[in-house]
Ligand binder design. Sequence first.
Ligand code: GDG
Length: 476
Amino acid sequence: MTDSTHYDFVVVSNRLPVDRVVDPDGTARWQRSPGGLVTALEPVMRASQGAWVGWAGQPDLELEPFVSDDAMLVPVPLSPLEIEYYYEGFSNDTLWPLYHDVIAPPSFHREWWEAYVEVNQRFADASARVAAPGATVWVQDYQLQLVPRMLREQRPDLTIGFFNHIPFPPYGIYAQLPWRKQVIEGLLGADVIGFQRVADAGNFSRAVRRLFGYATRTPEIRVPDGLGGHRSVIAKAFPISIDVESFEEIARRPEVQDRARQIRADLGNPSTIMLGVDRLDYTKGIRHRLKAFGEMLRDGTLSVGDAVLVQVASPSRERVAAYMQLRDEIELTVGRLNGTYATISHSAVAYLHHGYPRDEMVALYLAADVMLVTALRDGMNLVAKEYVACRLDEDGVLVLSEFAGAADELKNALLVNPHDIDGLKEAMVAAVRMPQRERTTRMRALRRRVRDNDVARWSNTFLDTLRHANHHSDAR
Ligand code: GDG
C-alpha cells in the first residue's frame, strides 16, 4: 500500500465479496460471501493489503469504500435500469448464452450494449482512482471485458490481468456478437488474459487473428501499439480450482459425517444416492440428467427405494426469462417423475430449490454414491472438484461431462456426453455397479489431481505470469 487511498494490488469483479445482511433488530452488516474467488485471493489480499472494486449487490447504493477483513472494498453503484440492461441483459442474456455455445438463444439489444460500456467505464474509473502507480490490477470475468482497455488508456503504468471464468466460444459462434471487435479490443488491454481451458485460449487467439490479423505465437499475441512497435499479450489457460484443505477440514468433522448418515437414513437407506448440485442454469444439463434417470426407472434398471436422485438447484438469475422457463420445465419433469414412480415412503427425485450452507453441501457430497455433473458447457465446474476433495474415504463415483472444463484434468471420472442419453445411462449404470476397488483407484487419482492443483496454485500461477509479462511497447 502506497498511502491510505492507493493500493498496489486491486481486484475488480462484478460483485464485491460480501453480502449485505440485515439482522432481526434491523441493523445492517456485511457478511463475507463464501465464494471460491474470495478464498483464492484472500492470501494475496492479506499480503498486499489490496483493494477490491465491485458492486455491492443492491440498486442505488452509494457507499464510501470500507474495510472488511483485510481488504479495502470499493463499491461501484448500479441503478435499477443498469442492473436490468448491463447485468441481467447484456451479461446474462447476451454474453452468457453466446459464450456457452448458444444453448439458449442470446438476445442482442443496443441499449444493453450501451449500458455495458457505461458500467464498464465506471468500474475502470473506480479502479484507476484506487490503484497506486505501477500497481497490479486483476479484472474478473465476462461482465467486465472492456475494463482492461479502458484502464490502460487512463493508466498505462498499471500491470493488468484478466480472467475469464466461463468458456470462450469458437469463432463461428463468437462472430454473432455485433460488438465482437470492441469486446476483443477491451480484453487486449490486459497483459495476461486467463482462460479455463487450452481450447478457450485457442478460440480467443483465433478470433483475434480473424478479426484483427494480429500475429499470434501461442501463448503470445502481438498487439500493435500505434507507434510502430507492439505490446505482448499472453492468452493462456489457468484452470481454476478450490480450496481443497477447507473442504477436507469440513469433511473430517464428526458432526458432518453424522449428518451424511442422517441424510441417507432420511432418504430411506437406499443402496444408491445420486446427487446433482448446480445453480439452476440451462448450461448445467439438469434436464438431461433427469431424462436419463427417469428412463432408468422406466426401464427397471433402477427402482425407487433402491435408488434416489437428490437434486439441489440453487436459485439463480430469477428475473431472466430463460431461467424462469427452465425452472418451470425442471419442476414439471420432477413432478412427473415423482408422480409416476414415487411411493408414499420413497421419492424418485428429492428436488431442493434452495441454497444451503457449505457444511450441508459437504454432508451431501459425503452421502452421495454417485455425483452427476452433466453440464452441456461449463467453464470449469467446481462442484466436481469439491466432491472429489471431500471424499477422504476414497469412495464415490464422479460422472462428468466432457463439456465441463474440469474434464481436462479429471480424466479418471466417468466422462460422458450428456446429449447422448443412452451413453449417459450406461455411465450411470456403470457408476452404480462399479466394484469397490475400481472406485478407490479412480477416486485416489482424482484426489491427487485436485490436491495438486488447488486454488492457491491457480492464483499464484496467474499472478506469476502477470509479474513476468512484458507489457512495455518495443519499437521495431
Ligand atoms: C462459474 C462458471 C466456473 C451451489 N449451490 C450452493 C453452493 N454452490 C456453490 C458450489 C460451487 C459454486 O457454487 C458453483 O460453482 P460452479 O463452478 O459449479 O459453477 P458457476 O456458478 O456457474 O461458476 C464455472 C466457476 O465460475 C469458477 O470459475 O467453474 O464454470 O460457470 O462452489 O458449491 N454453495 C452453497 N450452497 C448452495 O446451495 N454453500
